[in-house]
Structure formats: C-alpha cells, structure tokens
Design a protein around this ligand. Structure first.
Ligand code: AMP
Length: 341
C-alpha cells in the first residue's frame, strides 16, 4: 500500500533498477534488525533533518514492532517548529551492539552528529556528498548528482514494494528536497527531483503550511539582512562576502548558526561568481570563523577542503581559525575566477 495514489514515475523505477543490488542489501538490513538508529550530520540543515525524520517516520509507520531512534544536535530554530527535538538516547542503549545504524546525508565519519554509530553491528549509508573515508562498505548508496539526500532516500523507499510513505513522512522529505535544491533552483535539480516531489505532494500534506514553516522570517532576520546588504565586500574577480563578528551577532540578536542565513542573497547578481558568509563562532571549545561558500558554476570544493572543510561543487563549508587568515582565504577563492589569458 502506497499513500501516494499516482503510479510511481518510470524515472524512479529505472533508477531503482540500476541500484537494485545496494537497495536490496539495505532492505534486508532493515528487515533483519529490530533496533534501528538513524544518524545524520552535525549542524543540521533542512535536508539533514528532513531526511532523518522522514526515514524515522517511514520506519515507524511500516515497522510498528521495531524500536526506531534518531540522534544528533538540534538546530537553533528548526526545533520544535519544523522537527521534533532530537532524542536523548542513553549509553545503555548502545551497550547491546545488536542494532542497525542508518547514516543519511553525510559522507565523512567525523561529521556524523553522534559518534556512537560505530557501535552498530551493521551500518547503512545513503548520501549525496563526496566522501573521504567510507563508513559502510556493504550497504551504501551515494550519488553526488542527487539534489538532496532526501531525493535518494525517497527513491529507495518508493521502489520498496508493499510499503508506504505517509503524509507526515512526505512532509519531512519534502523539506529536505526543497531545502537542498534551493527551491528547485540549483543545477542539481533534475527531472528525477520533480518525480520525487510529485510522489511526495501526492500524499496530500499541506504544502503551503510547510513553506510557511520553512521560510517565515522574524523582524530580527530582516535587520540582519539589512546589515549584510550594508556591509558586504566584493573581491577583484567577483567573490562577494560578509563577516559577522560575535559583537555584531549580539547586536542583531542572532547566533553563529544563523550567520549563513542570507548567503544566497548574492546568487543572482551579475558579476558575482561566488559568495560566502564568514561568521565568528566564539565557542571556547572550538573557536573559529565558520564559512559557507556558494558558487554560480565553478567548483569551489577544493578551496573548502584546503580550508578545513568540504562539501559539494557549488555549496561547501570551511573555516578559518583567525580573522587574519581571511584575506588569504578570499584570495584562494578569487584565484578561481581570474579570466584565462
Ligand atoms: P553549509 O555552508 O554549512 O551549509 O555547508 C554546505 C554543504 O557543505 C553542506 O552540504 C554541508 O553538509 C557541506 N559541508 C559543510 N562543511 C563541511 C565539512 N567540513 N566537510 C564536508 N562537508 C561539509
């Protein structure tokens, strides 16, 4: 039984056929384990939390006798508005290693929001990030061309005969899909992305209310946008950037998690090739300036890797430990856009 009434798109069926070996390994693992924990990346975004909660809801709906958990850090403003508070799962649960870890929307081990995934007897990974060190060798599906991790997880679930995606699960997955595809604007958006969106919308969840929950802004957010627009700089070859020192965050009533909120303000500006937010994170345990980098068409992930981060070709994260390094970081990005002689 599928909550969606439309037949599954041939694009989804075809993709499922191409990945049937990995998909079957994942189905078997889910069927085999009675205790399952779903993990995702630290500092979650719409896709990390949407994919995690969509999958958790799907598993609870379709396997009511299994014990399903979700762990990780909360987002400063997503919970409880868009997603429930993350569970506080005690260490006693992990003493019995007979459980399945499903890791979504993260490739690298050190970015998984709860290190206890290592204790799982079996691990599954479903992701769309480049990966330096593989977590799960046996049951992995990773596709860098997917607009969102939720797009890939939905493809897997829609190809699973006899199971259904409820409107509640669909709403979570849709949040991930819309979030990571930039509302279907980014170049990663494909016919397959729309096929998944169609199947999710067909479950009948309230799309208008979901958009409101995702994008409604506070007056403080408007004031921080005004600050960004009055203080951004542009490098010689078209890198736009703004810095948010801790003192400014205090004035604007924002926390470091919200520093990147307005980064895409620069996405459609003529002559701007890449854009970034640089936000001071005064956390004494890990002091740094967090950087979110976005690019129109040139791959910026190499620069992100060099500066302590990583991510996708056109959307990556990085960091500098001292503001004195900012000029060198911007120079590295700027160098990507020097016109060929
Ligand atoms: P952000 O700027 O934090 O929104 O990150 C943009 C994209 O890059 C997201 O898909 C992140 O998961 C990814 N990303 C951010 N920081 C890192 C990192 N240190 N290593 C690998 N991927 C990252």
């Amino acid at each position: 039984m599928v909550a969606s009434k439309l037949p599954i798109s041939p694009l989804i069926k075809e993709y499922g056929k191409q990945h049937s070996k990995a998909y079957h390994a994942i189905y078997r693992a889910i069927e085999r384990y009675d205790r399952i924990v779903v993990f995702r990346h630290i500092k979650p975004d719409f896709d990390a939390m949407g994919t995690q909660m969509g999958l958790v809801t799907f598993l609870k709906d379709n396997f009511p006798n299994k014990e399903i958990h979700f762990v990780g850090d909360n987002h400063v403003s997503f919970t409880p508005r868009l997603f429930p508070e993350t569970e506080k799962l005690g260490n006693d649960f992990f003493e019995d290693r007979n459980f399945l870890a499903i890791v979504v929307d993260v490739g690298d081990k050190d970015r998984i929001a709860d290190p206890r995934f290592v204790k799982a007897k079996y691990k599954v990974k479903i992701d769309h990030h480049p990966c330096k060190a593989e977590i799960a060798k046996t049951a992995t599906v990773c596709d860098l061309d997917m607009a969102a991790a939720s797009e890939l997880v939905c493809d897997l679930l829609l190809n699973w005969k006899g199971k259904f995606i409820s409107p509640e699960a669909a709403r979570y997955f849709y949040i991930g899909l819309v979030g990571d595809s930039g509302r279907f604007l980014f170049s990663s958006t494909s016919p397959h992305t729309f096929a998944v969106a169609q199947a999710l919308l067909d479950t009948g969840f309230d799309m208008r209310k979901t958009y409101l929950d995702m994008y409604e802004k506070s007056i403080d957010s408007l004031r921080s946008l005004a600050y960004v627009l009055s203080n951004f700089k542009v490098s010689e070859h078209g890198v736009a950037y703004y810095t948010l020192p801790a003192s400014v965050q205090t004035q604007l009533h924002i926390t470091p998690e919200l520093g990147k909120e307005h980064v895409n303000t620069f996405s459609n500006i003529e002559g701007i090739n890449a854009w970034c937010s640089i936000t001071e994170d005064p956390n004494p345990k890990d002091y740094c300036w967090r950087i979110s980098i976005r690019s129109k068409e040139v791959n910026i992930s190499g620069v992100a890797n060099k500066w302590g981060g990583g991510g996708h070709d056109l959307a990556s994260g990085a960091r500098i430990d001292r503001i004195e390094d900012l000029d060198a970081f911007i120079a590295d990005l700027d160098a990507l856009f020097v016109p060929a002689q």
